[in-house]
Design a protein around this ligand. Structure first.
Ligand code: SF4
Length: 319
């Protein structure tokens, strides 16, 4: 199957076979997300999905874990999902786990019964774009949910037996709000207890509506030092068991992975080192800037001095 879009899946799913069942994201409105803005959402036909399963079977593939693509496949109507899951079990009866990305709205649109049946059909885990713990930020970023709605839908999901894992985004609250956001997000995570966490530093791409907000002065991005501090504070406050945590700051090449609470101290130490390095780098940059500014001032003063000398010299000649 020709894949349309940007390959994106949780790092914990790198060993899973990714089976696209839709192109793009049916929501596609989050301001910070540029993954699918260039695509028109559509479902992939059942014939194409079946052909792809046959292709994999034909080359001897036998996936035990399958990750459905793309942006929010859990938003497909339940009947459609049942048909896809049946096809998967037809070709790969020993497949043990099916997972996919989802939004809170996708949960709201499924009945309790549908969710339970999806579990019985092999759906074992959903990755939800929680992003942060502050309602005003979720609303500004045009996420499809608020905090209370997320609590309500995640408790329904828990009752269905399907596990929930969280996507978070460092820096989403903008400049100066790292601590507030870390605390709100920790509170949310401690209450909802996801199985896994993927925590990425915000990536500002020109393709996103957020970029336009920055240009208009409506959003002031946090720097990477703030993002590191946010992650450190969040980890400090997490008080739940997390099977797998993966946090990364692509701009700095800092990655913090582990299991909580087992690896907490090690992870905090790793982040503290990254913070120290970034503080030093920021201080050096500042002192370079100050040096440059002082240099400019010196040059100006020297030029002013030269003008004054010339003026005195001229006056002397006249007198
Ligand atoms: S729901 Fe997910 S994939 Fe869709 S626009 Fe939002 S962040 Fe992007």
């Amino acid at each position: 199957m020709d894949y349309e879009g940007q390959i994106c899946r949780p790092p914990m799913e790198r060993g899973s076979y990714k089976l696209p069942v839709a192109v793009g994201c049916s929501y596609n409105q989050c301001k910070f997300c540029g993954l699918f803005k260039h695509l028109t959402y559509r479902e992939i036909s059942m014939e194409t999905v079946e052909k792809e399963l046959l292709r994999v079977q034909g080359i001897g593939g036998y996936p035990m874990r399958i990750f459905l693509g793309d942006g929010n496949p859990f938003g497909l109507p339940a009947e459609r999902l049942f048909a896809i899951l049946d096809l998967i079990h037809k070709y790969f009866p020993r497949c043990q786990q099916i997972s996919m990305d989802a939004t809170i709205t996708n949960l709201r649109e499924k009945t309790d019964r549908e969710m339970r049946e999806l579990y019985e059909h092999g759906v074992r885990e959903l990755y939800l774009g929680i992003e942060c713990g502050l309602d005003d930020v979720l609303s500004f970023m045009r996420k499809d949910h608020g905090i209370e709605e997320a609590y309500c839908q995640l408790s329904r999901l828990e009752r269905s037996g399907i596990a929930y894992s969280a996507h978070l985004m460092l820096g989403l609250a903008g400049k100066g709000r790292w601590e507030e956001n870390a605390e709100a997000t920790a509170h949310f995570i401690n209450r909802t207890r996801p199985k896994k966490i993927i925590n990425t530093s915000i990536f500002l791409s020109e393709r996103t509506p957020l970029f336009r907000e920055i240009e208009k002065g409506n959003f002031h991005p946090a720097d990477e030092l703030e993002n590191l501090r946010e992650e450190y504070r969040l980890l400090e406050l997490l008080d739940v068991e997390i099977e797998s945590y993966d946090g990364f700051h692509d701009n700095l090449e800092v990655r913090t992975r582990g299991q909580l609470p087992r690896d907490k101290e090690k992870m905090l130490h790793h982040l503290k080192e990254a913070i120290d390095r970034e503080e030093l780098r920021t201080a050096e940059k500042e002192s370079d800037k100050t040096g440059e500014r002082n240099g400019r001032k010196e040059r100006c003063r020297a030029e002013e001095g030269k003008v004054e000398e010339d003026r005195i010299e001229k006056l002397r000649k006249i007198s």
